[in-house]
Design a protein around this ligand. Structure first.
Ligand code: NAD
Length: 467
């Protein structure tokens, strides 16, 4: 067993770490750096709370609806804190809070369906559904609240309890959300824990956890799956993406340019299913680059709390360093920045919105997930070439096809190897849809009834039919 870090020995609960505002570089606040040994008590309490929580579906649904109201009431405080620690424009923080409340209401309305099996045998067979127990949720820093809600809303609605670990970059709004939810939920039904690694790894491997639901990068997802193997807990992984937008030769560039730009740059490009690569017909390539570069050069970049801001800072210093590194590498590989291409002066983590052209297809900004305000635009000569390039990645989260004829675009979209495809837009999701990536983009299904059943187990009863 590794030696405890200084100041993190069991019983010493005073260790804390600072959370930095990426717009200013200032520390917003500190949170407890919880020792992994604290998880035994936390998971134990979650297990005891499960007994009462699982027993009464109607009371659960009512509590979740009250929780949704409480989230909306606290919306202003949650949104400001979220913007300060994450960087996104305030309007996007409010949208995240709306989606958090919407998820609570959506899943509060779901109930598992008991089903009879009718297979001709003289047996009355019935499939019922039962909750699993304490669920561990581990989430990233790009959408701290709505991704947490995507996990706790279905898990709690299904009768489980939850231990939720936010990213150490964005724990503040999640902690506030935890206390808001505590006004509506019984004690220990949802517990937020904060701390640096190995807190997440220990949570994923804790023997009292029955389902580990994780959103984050592919390498961490692999580590989480490995950790959960210790207790053979169920694992759901929502991982990275490298979504392609394929533009067809009949596309009206001016008409789609705004939508395409925001599909790539919303939340400063830090969206698992942002457009991360654009494939344009060679004939239209220069026009597409020019339309996107115009927007990149004029979009209002600034602190998220400024009402004029449309694009905030990159969310944290390590991510800024990564965005800068993949961009420099692309430029060194022969790419040209039609807009941006560099970080911006000042104390915050600002990077100029960047459109790259002449990018070699094997440059990491194309083959990997850049997760920032940088977009490569690549030309193609034949549609087969474009579809092959779009699919030629280890990821498979989403993809989109853009053109004047939606039927033709939809036919091309059907050839994309991904979980969700869009025509003439990108990354719009319904609460009622299954959300599942293929290849390295994920394991298991979140969203809709599928995500709900992902938090339940079947319990089947067979009884001979009466004479
Ligand atoms: P990350 O993988 O670095 O971290 C995610 C979470 O895992 C954080 O809470 C982190 O503290 C924790 N963690 C780190 N090491 C761990 C370990 N060994 N065991 C357990 N937990 C550990 O991801 P990130 O940088 O916070 O987020 C960005 C990534 O998330 C991108 O790859 C993005 O595509 C992905 N993402 C995916 C989706 C989706 O739904 N598919 C949604 C949003 C973000």
């Amino acid at each position: 067993m590794p030696a405890p870090e200084p100041g993190r020995a069991p019983g010493r609960r005073t260790a804390r770490f600072g959370v930095v505002d990426p717009a200013t570089g200032e520390t917003v606040d500190e949170v407890p750096d919880q020792h992994p040994d604290e998880l035994d008590a936390v998971v134990g309490r979650a297990h005891r709370a499960w007994r009462g929580w699982r027993a009464d579906p109607a009371a659960r649904a009512t509590a979740l609806r009250v929780a949704a109201d409480a989230v909306e009431t606290a919306g202003g405080s949650l949104a400001r804190l979220l913007t300060r620690e994450q960087g996104k424009p305030l309007a996007e923080s409010y949208a995240e809070i709306d989606r958090t409340a919407a998820r609570l209401r959506y899943f509060a309305d779901l109930a598992p369906r008991t089903r009879r099996i009718t297979d001709g045998r003289p047996v009355h067979s019935e499939i019922r559904w039962r909750s699993l127990g304490p669920v561990a949720a581990i989430v990233p820093w790009n959408f701290p609240l709505q991704l947490a809600a995507a996990k706790f809303a279905p898990a709690l609605a299904a009768g489980n309890t939850m231990v939720l670990k936010p990213s150490p970059f964005t724990p503040l709004a999640t902690r506030l959300l935890g206390s808001v939810l505590a006004t509506a939920l019984p004690e220990d039904v949802l517990t937020v824990v904060t701390g640096r690694e190995p807190l997440g790894a220990r949570l994923a491997s804790h023997p009292g956890i029955r389902h580990v639901t994780f959103t984050g990068s592919v390498p961490t997802g692999r580590a989480v799956a490995g950790a959960a193997a210790a207790s053979l807990a169920r694992v759901t992984l929502e991982l990275g993406g490298n979504d392609a937008a394929v533009l067809l030769d009949d596309v009206e560039v001016d008409r789609i340019a705004d939508r395409l730009f925001w599909a790539a740059f919303r939340n400063c490009g830090q969206v698992c299913m942002a457009v991360k690569r654009v494939y344009a017909p060679a004939r239209l390539h220069a026009e597409v680059v020019e339309a996107l570069a115009r927007r990149a050069k004029t979009v209002a970049v600034g602190p998220g709390l400024d009402p004029e801001t449309r694009l905030g800072p990159v969310s944290n210093a390590p991510q800024l360093a990564r965005v800068e590194q993949v961009t420099k590498r692309a430029l060194a590989d022969g790419a040209r920045a039609a807009a941006g291409g560099h970080r911006l002066d000042g104390p915050g983590c600002f990077f100029a919105p960047t459109i790259l052209t002449d990018v070699p297809p094997d440059s990491p900004v194309v083959t990997e997930e850049q997760f920032g305000p940088v977009l490569p635009v690549l030309p193609y000569r034949s549609l087969d070439e474009a579809v092959d390039a779009a699919n030629g990645t280890g990821f498979g989260l989403g993809g989109s096809v853009w053109g004047a004829d939606p039927d033709r675009a939809e036919a091309v979209a059907g050839r994309l190897e991904c979980g969700t495809a869009w025509i003439n837009h990108h990354a719009e999701l319904s609460l009622a849809q299954p959300f599942a990536g293929v290849k390295n983009s994920g394991v298991g299904i979140a969203g809709g009834p599928w995500g709900f059943y992902g938090n339940l187990r079947p319990f089947v009863v067979h009884r001979p039919q009466e004479e």
